[in-house]
Every structure is written in C-alpha cells, then in structure tokens.
Design a protein around this ligand. Sequence first.
Ligand code: NAP
Ligand code: GDD
Length: 350
Amino acid sequence: MKRALITGVTGQDGAYLASSLLNKGYEVYGTYRRISTPNFWRLEYLNVFNKINLIPADLGDTGSLFETLKISELDEIYHLAAQSFVEASFETPVATGDVTGLSVTRILEAIRQLCPDARFYFAATSEMYGKSGKTNRPLREEDFFHPMSPYAAAKLYGYWITKIYRDGYGIFAVNGILFNHESPIRGLEFVTRKVANEVAKISLELSEELRLGNLNAKRDWGYAPEYVESMWRMLQQKEPDDYVIATSEAHSVRELVQKAFDVAELDWQEYVKVDKRFLRPLDVPSLRGDYSKAKRKLGWSPKTKFNGLVEIMVKEEINRWKRWIDGERFPWDAPNYPSENRILTRASRM
Ligand code: NAP
Ligand code: GDD
C-alpha cells in the first residue's frame, strides 16, 4: 500500500486530495496545526475524517516537520499548507514569507536528509505570473513571472527552491502551477465562496447586500476536485517537471457576481456595493492559463467550466442555508477533535 503525506490536510485542496488518495488505495497522513477552534469540518464533510492519520506540525516549526517525515516512510509528499490568502499577505508579509515561502526549504531539507526517494509536490500558483497576466494569450509554463503580492513572492521562492532541490540533489520534485480553483468547501474569504454564500443568504432573506472590492479583476476559475487529480498525476510521471493547470477561460468578478445572482434569479445590481476595505494595494488584473502541456503529458483536462462551477457553488450554499433554517447545524458549528487512535503525537510514536 502506498503512503502519502499531505501538509495542510484541513484546507480545501488537502481535504479533496485526501479523499482522492484514499479512493486510490493509499494510506494517507495529514498534518494539521493547533488553532484555538479545531477545523476538521472539511474532512468531515467529505467523510474522510476517521480514515486518515493526523500529525501535529507547524510550518514555522522545523523540528515538527522533520519528525513528521521521520515516522512515515513516505512514497509521496504533497506540500499544500500555506498562508494562502493574497489579501492577508499584505497585512502579514513577513509571516507569509516564512510560512508560504521558507517552509518549502524546511520540508525539502527534511526530505533530502531523511527520505530522498519520496516524491514531492509543491503547490505553486498562477499568482506568480502577476503582471505578466495582462497579455491576451493564456499563460504557459515558460512565461515570465512578475509577482504582485507578498504571497506571490513567497510562492515564487518556493517554486525556485523546488527546482533547485530537483536539479541539485536529484529529488523527484514538481511544481504544480495551479490557477484559481474553487468548491463548496473553499474558505469563506475567497471571492467565489463569499459571493455564493451571500447570494444564498440574500435569496433566503438572511442578508441584504454584498460588499466587494475590485469587480474588474479577471480570473481563470476551475473546480477543485478535478485539480487535485492533476497533483497525483504529476507524481506518477517518469521524470519530474512543472505543469500549468487551468481552464483557459478568464471571467471578471463582475461576471461572477452576475452569474451567481442569475442562479438565484435575482438582479445583482440591486445588492452589490463596492467597499474599499476589500481593495488590495496591488491586484493582478487578469489571469488565464494554458493547460495544453498537462493535457499532452498527464492526460488532464478540466471538465467543469465557469458557469457550471458557479451553479454548483450557489446551489450548494442555498441548500445549506435552507437546512440551517430548518434547524440543522453545519459541521463547523460543532468543532470536533480527532479520535485518539488517528492522532500520531510524538509520545504515541515512542
Ligand atoms: P487553504 O484552504 O487556505 O488551506 C491551507 C492549509 O494550510 C490549511 O490546512 C491550513 O491550516 C494550513 N496552514 C496554514 N498555515 C499553516 C502553518 N503555519 N502550519 C501548518 N499548516 C498551516 O488553501 P487551498 O485552497 O487548499 O490551497 C492549497 C495550496 O495550494 C496552498 O498552498 C495555496 O497557496 C495553493 N494554491 C491554491 C490555489 C487555489 O485557487 N485554491 C491556487 C494555486 C495555489 P488551517 O486549516 O489550520 O488554517
Ligand atoms: N477575496 C476577495 N474578496 N476578493 C475580491 C473581493 C472580495 O470581497 N472583491 C473583489 N475581489 C477580487 C480580488 O481583488 C481578486 O482580484 C479576485 O477577486 C480573486 O480574489 P480571491 O478569491 O481572494 O483569490 P486570488 O486570485 O487573490 O488568490 C487565489 O488564487 C490564487 C491562484 O491564482 C488564492 O487561492 C491563492 O492562494 C491562489 O494562489
């Protein structure tokens, strides 16, 4: 049985990837960090909470990362954990540099010293292209990076250190350059889920308006469960390489809002207000990716495009809020702790 470690298993991609690897017959390990309110709700939502092994580790804590790699005899390591919210990276640039950037070296060093044969996936990002996104054609692997946020600069560091450990030490290390991907278990702060959630509440008269920042920004939005499949495929290749994963369609935030209100049969102009609190010091104007290398080499293509994605998200939020009105509570209203046998603390390993 193959063994895989996912850092950031409590996040959107971590939860979907855990589910996907379990279905492929993997033994799955996932790191989580101590926070004041446990957030295993995504793992519960996907019904994988009791099927994976949880390891306490923090990206800022080198020792905990080394300990994690020591115990597991891993075949594959997916490094997904990060401070992943671009807006927050302007508020906490140093912490983002450490957690999102430097942590990649911490993990690669641990791999080099402890398990150099393990295959390594780094969650790079389209945000690294930044200003280069203003070109009219979709972006490819060889295009120029021009970051426009502390988050993107940190990810670019992670991207390069991944290449350096691949070329310098022969580690099977890949960069997945994923464009935005969304789902009903996306964090509420990201624009797609924020819009879907508020549209659902407005349609059920639980809210009256939706406040947003830059409506002109364009993004290439895909469906997260399909994107995690590409991560696995990258690690099954003969040689390590870097891949763009995208839909090749770009839509503006304005179009997103319009489509989301259409799904709920409402007129967006009656509810949406621009609020400068949600504007960023810099914002990438447009991002669109060319996934032809992934299609050719990995056999990967997106199935869900923009309209389908917005429909999935808005309908799921309406369904959730209807259940909430009927008295049902969401998993995140009742925080849960992992059962003891699934939590691998240091003491339990001694
Ligand atoms: P996410 O939902 O924000 O999940 C991030 C994960 O990182 C969470 O499990 C979080 O733990 C963990 N984490 C944050 N700080 C940590 C720390 N100091 N120590 C240990 N764990 C920490 O992000 P996602 O959407 O799943 O994205 C996964 C990865 O892909 C991220 O690296 C992101 O930057 C990258 N990416 C995402 C997209 C996208 O559109 N989704 C596109 C390109 C690249 P908590 O649950 O405790 O907060
Ligand atoms: N979050 C948010 N909230 N974004 C808004 C809002 C708002 O109220 N109003 C407008 N936007 C605009 C942002 O300015 C940005 O141009 C766009 O909507 C998308 O914002 P996010 O959903 O926060 O995503 P992102 O593109 O900044 O970053 C996401 O995608 C990257 C890949 O390109 C994150 O998942 C990153 O981790 C990922 O690397």
